[in-house]
Unconditional design. Structure first.
Lengths: 382, 382
C-alpha cells in the first residue's frame, strides 16, 4: 500500500515538460516510474518462488479483482482477446450462432467472435456516445442469435438497461468487452458485473496495465467459471485429464505480480483521469470540436478522451506543431479491414463517420495542471 | 556470458540432498538459482525500458534462437500450443484438411490441429523410440491430407528421412513439434530446421524454460514468416491495419529477457543431460525395465528420460519409498480423453501400451553424481 502515486512524487521525478511544448500522447516509462521499485521487488520474489504457472500471484490477483468488480469469479487469462474468445467458447453455443457486436470497436471484439467459431453481426453505435445503439439491436436478431457482446468503449459503460431488456426478450446472453473500462460503473455496479460475463485486457496502455499481455474474465456464473478455468489450461481441470479442447491462455505469474502492485492505484489513477476529463469537458470550447458526453450518474473510467473533428489530419498536424501528442482509436473500421474482406462493400455509416473523425488527446496520470491548461488553450485556439 | 552453471556453483549452493534419499523429480527453484541474479537484473532493465510488447528483448531472442536452430526466421509467440496453432493456421489449408500426428504425444500437439480448424489423424508410434512410425503414415493419407505434424517426443528427433520421403511423394507439408527438443540434432541439423516449420515451447520445465509461458516458431519460409508475424499480432502487420483474422499471441517481453539469460546455458545444460542419460543407459540393468534407445549419430536433447515397466504403480511406489521422485508423461492417451470423446472407443494399441507403462525418472542439471549413482542402484535392485 506504500506505492507512490504521482501526487507524492518529488519534483525531480516529475515529467520533464521541456518548456511544455512536448507532451507525448502516452509515456509508459513515466507512468510506471513510481511503481518500479515495488515491481522489481515483486518480480524478484516471483522469480525466487520457483512456481511460475497459475501460482500465488495469479490467485491473489484473481481474488482482488473479483472483489473489486463485485463478482464471484475472476479467471486470469493471457490477454483481452483470449478473455473474450474463452467466454464465447465456454458458452457452448451451437456452431452457426450469431453474436451481436458494435460496428465501431477495436477489432479484437469482433475477432473474438470469429475465433470462437461464431458469426459477428455488426450493429451501429450511437453517434454521441460511441456505444452500441440498443434501439438497433432488435432488427438484427435472428433465430441464430445467441448473445450480445457490448463494448464499454473508451471507458464508458453501455446503456445496459436497454441492452438487457432486448436480451431478456429474446433470451440472449450478454457479455461485456470491458477491456477499456476498469473501474467504470453503471447504476452503482462495476463494469465486469453488468451481464453474464466480461473480458478485461491489461495491455500495458490500459487503465490497469501490465508490462506485457494479460487479461481476465469476470462472471457470477459458477459453472461457466469452472469451464473457463479448464479451458484456459488446455481444457484440463485436473493434471493430465483433458475434458475440453481448451487453449493455453494463462495469466502470466510475473505479470500478475506486477498487476498486484499497480492495482493499488487503480482507483486513484481513475480519479485523476476523471479530473482531467472534467477540465477538458468544461474548458474546451471550440465549435470545430465535438466533445464526448460528460459523466452523469455513472462513473466513466476515461480510458481515452476522444473528440471528433472534421479534417482530422489538419487538426493533428496543428497539435503536433504545438508539441501535443495525439492518437486515433481507430482509423479504419473493422468492416473495412482485409481481415473481413467479405464485409468491405458494406456500409456502416455511423461507424465510418466515427472512424474518420475521432482523435484521442492526452489523458493520463502524468499530465500536470500546466500541461492540461496548455492543451486546452491550444485546442480552443484551433 | 558470466551466468553460473551448476558446474561452477559453490558447494553451499549445491542441492541439499538431505542424506540423498530425497531426490525430487524436478525442482525449478534449484534449477533457476544460478540464473537469479542475472534474471533480476534483466527484468529490472526491461521494466525500466517502458516498452513491453514485441520490444528489444523479443527481437534479440528471435535472432539468437533463429541462429541457434540454423533457420532464417524465429517468431516469438505466447506458448508452444499457440506456436503450432499459428503454424497450421498460417499454412492456409482448406477447411476440411487432415493433419497426421502421432497417437502418443502431449495432447497439445493434437489440440493445435483441432484449434486451427483441421482434422487430426492419429498414427501409431514405434514402440521402441516412442516416435511416429513412418511406415504407418502412408495408409492414413487421403485426398484431404495436407500435412504431417511430427513430434520429437522426450527430446529425440523423429526419423525425418523416412517422414520426408512420404511427404514428398504426396506433396504434404511437414511441421515439427519441437516443444521437447531444443538443441536436438538430426543428421547434423537442429530440431526446428528439419521441415517446413516448427513450434517450440519454453514452458518452465523445458530444456530452455522461461518463468511462465513462452513459445516460438522457426521456419525458412519467408512468406510464411511474414504471415506469422501478423497472425500472432491480431492479424496486423502494420499498426491499425488488419489483413488477417489473427490471434493475440506474442512472446512476452519479460519472458524474452529471461530466455536471453537462460539461453546462454542451453548447450551446456543439454551436455549435462546427455551425460546423465548416458550413465542411466549404460548402468541401469534390470530385466524389468525397458530403457529408451541410446544416442547414435544424432544428438538427443534428453528432455525426459522415459523408461517402461509393467505394473507401473508398484514401481513408482518403490521409487517413492526410496526418496526418488518420478512423473508420468503421460498417463492417459489423447484418444481416451473426454476432450476427444468421439475417439474414446477407438484403439491405438501401441499408444495405449506406452501410456500404461511409461515412467519418467529424474533427469536435470541439478543431479549430483552421487544422486545418479543412488538412482541407478535402487532401480537395479528393484
Ligand atoms: C475494446 C477492446 N477489446 C479487446 C481488446 C483486446 O485486448 P488485448 O488482447 O489484451 O490487446 C482491446 C485492446 N485494445 C488495445 C487497443 O486499444 C490499442 O491500444 P493502444 O493504447 O492504442 O496501443 P498502442 O498503440 O500499442 O500504444 C499506444 C501508445 O502507448 C505507448 N506504449 C505502448 C506500449 C505497448 C508500450 O509497451 N510502451 C509504450 O510506451 C506508445 C504508443 O504510441 O492497440 C492495442 C494493441 C490493443 O491492446 C480493446 O480495446
Ligand atoms: C510435445 C509438446 N507439444 C506442445 C506442448 C505445448 O506447449 P505449451 O503450450 O507451451 O505448454 C507441449 C508442452 N508440454 C508440457 C507437458 O509435457 C507437461 O510438462 P511437465 O513438465 O510434466 O509439466 P508440469 O507437470 O507442470 O511440471 C512438472 C514438474 O515441474 C515442477 N514445476 C513446474 C512448474 C510449472 C513450475 O513453475 N515450477 C515447478 O517446480 C513441479 C512439477 O511436478 O505439462 C505441461 C503443462 C506442458 O507444458 C509438449 O510437450
Amino acid at each position: 500500500a506504500d506505492v507512490k502515486t504521482f501526487a507524492t512524487l518529488k519534483p525531480t521525478d516529475k515529467p520533464s515538460t521541456k518548456g511544455i511544448k512536448n507532451i507525448p500522447f502516452l509515456d509508459l516509462k513515466l507512468i510506471n516510474r513510481p511503481y518500479e521499485k515495488d515491481i522489481n521487488a515483486a518480480l524478484k520474489n516471483a522469480v525466487a518462488s520457483g512456481w511460475f504457472v497459475l501460482g500465488e500471484e495469479v490467485k491473489k490477483f484473481e481474488k482482488t479483482f473479483a472483489e473489486y468488480c463485485g463478482v464471484k469469479h475472476c479467471i486470469g487469462v493471457a490477454n483481452g482477446l483470449d478473455a473474450l474468445v474463452l467466454l464465447l467458447k465456454a458458452s457452448q453455443f451451437p456452431p452457426d450462432s450469431e453474436v451481436i457486436v458494435p460496428s465501431n470497436t477495436y477489432i479484437a471484439s469482433i475477432l473474438a467472435i470469429t475465433l470462437a467459431g461464431f458469426k459477428p453481426i455488426l450493429v451501429e453505435p450511437d453517434i454521441d456516445t460511441y456505444l452500441i445503439d440498443p434501439a438497433k439491436i432488435e432488427e438484427k436478431i435472428t433465430r441464430n442469435t445467441k448473445a450480445i457482446l457490448v463494448v464499454h468503449l473508451y471507458g464508458k459503460c453501455c446503456d445496459m438497461e436497454a441492452v438487457m431488456r432486448v436480451a431478456h426478450r429474446y433470451d440472449l446472453k450478454v457479455f461485456e468487452d470491458a477491456a477499456q473500462s476498469h473501474g467504470a460503473t453503471y447504476q452503482g455496479k462495476k463494469a465486469g458485473n453488468l451481464a453474464d460475463g466480461a473480458g478485461f485486457s491489461f495491455y500495458p496502455t490500459k487503465n490497469l496495465g501490465a508490462m506485457g499481455d494479460a487479461g481476465a474474465i469476470t462472471t457470477n456464473d459458477d459453472a461457466l467459471a469452472e469451464r473457463l478455468r479448464a479451458k484456459r489450461n488446455y481444457g484440463s481441470g485436473k493434471k493430465y485429464v483433458f475434458d475440453y479442447q481448451g487453449l493455453n491462455s494463462r495469466l502470466d505469474e510475473l505479470q500478475a505480480a506486477i498487476l498486484n502492485v499497480k492495482f493499488l492505484n487503480l482507483d486513484s489513477d481513475n480519479f485523476i483521469r476523471q479530473k482531467i476529463a472534467n477540465r477538458y469537458l468544461s474548458e474546451i470550447n471550440n465549435p470545430n470540436i465535438i466533445l464526448p458526453p460528460a459523466n452523469t450518474v455513472n462513473q466513466d473510467a476515461w480510458h481515452l478522451f476522444v473528440i471528433r473533428v472534421e479534417n482530422r489530419e489538419k487538426f493533428r498536424k496543428y497539435l503536433t506543431e504545438n508539441g501535443i501528442g495525439s492518437d486515433i482509436h481507430y482509423p479504419i473500421a473493422p468492416h473495412k479491414q482485409l481481415a473481413y474482406r467479405e464485409w468491405n462493400n458494406r456500409t456502416f455509416a455511423i461507424a465510418e463517420k466515427i472512424h474518420e473523425e475521432v482523435v484521442s488527446i492526452p489523458l493520463n496520470v502524468t499530465l500536470t495542471e500546466k500541461e492540461i491548461t496548455y492543451i486546452i488553450e491550444k485546442i480552443n485556439k484551433y
